[in-house]
Design a protein around this ligand. Structure first.
Ligand SMILES: Nc1ncnc2c1ncn2[C@@H]1O[C@H](COP(=O)(O)OP(=O)(O)OP(=O)(O)O)[C@@H](O)[C@H]1O
Ligand SMILES: [Mg+2]
Length: 258
């Protein structure tokens, strides 16, 4: 069985995409075969990997609407990587739910689509949009594991409660195997008291759920994004690369050997 990780948080700008892209490349560098699914109409993960969106004929939205479409028509291999494929997104993905009105059990569509190819990969990493709507639901139904990225700021815990409740509901009703244990602190500055307080609070409120690895604040990570490169390509010696390397190893230890 492979591992399918939905990278979530309904809050915007908490480092979901940064985590999805760099974890995907980190696992690939450990010798795993990885598929990155960009399930956000903003298509940030697609751009972050330097993929020219104007040249894409088919994107994730086509997979939702076109029942007969072969998934290989959407799938692309990233230049220079042997072990990383991508299902790219485009802006029309925002209208997927609307277009599918009348289709029953819509929240299982992604899961059904991925079932066609999941045997080809050790890991499928799904980058979610900043809400708990249709696309995030589809990701959580398709996933074996939910990884919630937490930015250490004041309302983080309230948001965490909401997403945990929603995921628990999906687990009870649709996807009983969904593992809800992966909380990741990102953009963390150990010199800030507020950050330390939030780390402590998450540990106390959600025992055992927090990853040991913490992603520190590191400007090299945002520079890599703007260059269309992962942190391992852009600056393999940076703190950002070290932290995502450690996260990849920890993910492999926690989820990889099922
Ligand atoms: N550890 C970090 N240190 C410094 N900057 C970071 C770090 N992680 C992410 N960033 C920057 O923070 C911004 C938001 O990150 P990102 O796009 O990954 O968030 P997101 O949760 O995917 O956002 P959205 O909700 O819009 O999809 C980006 O500019 C990114 O480069
Ligand atoms: Mg994002």
């Amino acid at each position: 069985m492979n591992t399918r990780i939905a990278i979530t948080n309904q809050k915007g700008g908490v480092a979901k995409t940064t985590t999805a892209v760099n974890l995907a490349d980190g696992l690939q560098r450990l010798g795993r075969s990885v598929l990155l699914v960009d399930s956000d109409p903003q298509a940030n993960a697609t751009s972050h990997l330097g993929i020219d969106r104007k040249r894409l004929r088919k994107t994730m939205d086509n997979l939702y609407y076109e029942a007969d479409l072969d998934i290989s028509e959407v799938l692309i291999s990233r230049n220079g990587f042997t072990g990383l494929d991508v299902l790219p997104a485009g802006e029309p993905l925002a209208y997927a739910e609307q277009k599918l009105s009348g289709v029953p059990v819509k929240e299982k569509l992604l899961s059904e689509r991925l079932a066609e190819i999941e045997g080809n990969y050790d890991y499928i990493i799904i980058d979610c949009p900043p809400n708990l709507g249709f696309l995030t639901m589809n990701a959580l139904v398709a996933a074996t594991d939910m990884l919630v990225v937490i930015k250490p700021e004041y309302f983080a815990l309230e948001g965490l409660m909401r997403i945990s409740q929603k995921a628990e509901m999906i687990k009870q009703r649709i996807n009983p195997d969904l593992n809800l244990s992966g909380y990741l602190l990102a953009n963390y500055d150990g010199r800030k008291n507020q950050h330390k307080a939030i780390r402590k609070a998450v540990k106390e409120k959600f025992p055992g759920k927090l990853f040991q690895t913490i992603i520190r604040t590191n400007a090299r990570l945002s520079n890599a994004t703007s260059q269309g490169q992962t942190i391992f390509e852009y600056d393999p010696k940076s703190h950002g690369a070290t932290d995502y390397r450690n996260l990849s190893t920890e993910v492999e230890e926690r989820y990889g050997r099922r």
